[in-house]
Design a protein around this ligand. Structure first.
Ligand code: CO
Length: 217
C-alpha cells in the first residue's frame, strides 16, 4: 500500500484536474454511461485506449487482452460485446492491434511462455491461415508487421460473426466494425480500410481489406 502512494497521489491530482474544469463531471458520470464506441485492444501497457483517441471517462467501453484476440468461445470478450451492443447500444466496435506486439511475436516464434501459449494458439492459427502470403515477405520485421495487420482483420471479422453482431444487424441496429493498428514508434493509428456495417458487405470488405494490405509496402 505504502509503495503505491505515488499512484494514489496521481489519482487525486487527476480527479482534481478534471473537477477544476467541470466540477460535477464525476457526479454526472456516476449516474450513467453512454459510450458510442467499444474498443477491443491489446493489454500492452503502451497502448492506452482512452489516451490514444483522446476520449474521457464515459466515452469508450473497453476490452483488452493479449494480442487483441476475439475468440468465438471467450465468454469474457463475448459478454463485453453483448453488453456494449445490446445494453449500451454502441455504434462502433474498433478492433485495434499494434505493431511490435509481444503476443504476436511470441506466436510467430512459437515461444514457450506457459499458459499464454494456449491463448496465442489462436494467433498462430491466423499465421498458418496466411502462410503462403507471409512466405513471400522475406524481411522478418516486415513479416511481423503484416501478421499484426492480418490479425486485426481476422479479429474484426470474428466480431462480425458473433451472434451478437449478427442479431444486431438483423434487427437493423446501426453498428459498424472497424480495424485499426497503432504504431508504438510514432503514437499514430492507421485505418486498415476495414469498416463493416452489415452482413451483406462482410465478405467483400474482408477481401478488399486484404487486397489493400497486399498493396502496402
Ligand atoms: Co500486443
Amino acid at each position: 500500500m505504502r509503495a503505491l502512494k505515488n499512484l494514489l497521489e496521481n489519482n487525486k491530482a487527476w480527479a482534481d484536474g478534471i473537477k477544476s474544469v467541470e466540477p460535477d463531471f464525476f457526479e454526472k458520470l456516476s449516474h450513467q454511461q453512454s459510450p458510442e464506441y467499444l474498443w477491443i485492444g491489446c493489454s500492452d501497457s503502451r497502448v492506452p485506449a482512452n489516451q490514444i483517441v483522446g476520449l474521457l471517462p464515459g466515452e469508450l467501453f473497453v476490452h483488452r487482452n493479449v494480442a487483441n484476440m476475439v475468440v468465438h468461445t471467450d465468454l469474457n470478450c463475448l459478454s463485453v460485446i453483448q453488453y456494449a451492443v445490446d445494453v449500451l447500444k454502441v455504434k462502433h466496435i474498433i478492433v485495434c492491434g499494434h505493431y511490435s506486439c509481444g503476443g504476436v511475436d511470441a506466436a510467430f516464434k512459437n515461444l514457450k511462455l506457459g499458459l499464454i501459449d494456449n491463448w496465442l494458439r489462436h494467433t498462430q492459427d491466423v499465421i498458418e491461415k496466411y502462410s503462403s502470403l507471409l512466405s513471400k515477405i522475406i524481411d522478418e520485421h516486415a513479416k511481423l508487421n503484416r501478421i499484426c495487420e492480418l490479425n486485426v482483420i481476422e479479429q474484426a471479422v470474428n466480431v462480425c460473426k458473433t451472434t451478437i453482431v449478427q442479431q444486431a444487424w438483423e434487427r437493423g441496429q446501426e453498428l459498424s466494425v472497424h480495424g485499426w493498428i497503432y504504431g508504438l514508434h510514432n503514437g499514430l493509428l492507421k485505418d486498415l480500410n476495414i469498416c463493416i456495417t452489415n452482413n451483406s458487405e462482410l465478405a467483400s470488405i474482408y477481401q478488399s481489406s486484404l487486397t489493400y494490405l497486399s498493396e502496402q509496402n
